[in-house]
Design a protein around this ligand. Structure first.
Ligand SMILES: [Cu+2]
Length: 124
């Protein structure tokens, strides 16, 4: 025989069981995918050698923020000057000198002393 006292406890138990069943169904939404991990570029450096009246390599591909180190391995002075507007330039580089430039955008450059000497840095 069911008593009033028994009905009072049976209803909450039924609700709890119903909630547990609802939460455990296979249709439950999957947890949100973790945010994609952004690749962080650790700046590095790349070298350009100036020798025999030219830049080696004359085209260099780097990532934004990388440092390009120009070294004058020639027997005469050179410089590295942005083309076409000379937005930046190295100091006069004597044989053995180096100059560093942090690549922030693709740039063409030349030697303002020997204008046929040209190169470019492509920033990805
Ligand atoms: Cu030069």
């Amino acid at each position: 025989m069911i008593t009033l006292a028994g009905n009072r406890t049976a209803l909450p138990i039924a609700l709890v069981l119903g909630l547990i069943a609802a939460c455990g169904t296979p249709d439950q939404k999957a947890a949100p995918a973790p945010a994609p991990v952004q690749a962080v570029h650790v700046p590095t450096s790349a070298a350009v050698s100036i020798a025999q009246m030219s830049f080696h390599p004359d085209t260099l591909q780097v990532q934004r923020g990388d440092t390009v180190i120009f070294t004058n391995n020639d027997v005469v002075d050179h410089d590295v000057t942005e083309l076409p507007d000379s937005l930046w330039t190295s100091h006069l580089m004597h044989p053995g000198d180096s100059w560093k430039w942090v690549a922030d955008s693709t740039a063409y450059y030349f030697c303002s002393i020997h204008v046929v000497m040209r190169g470019r840095v492509i920033v990805e």
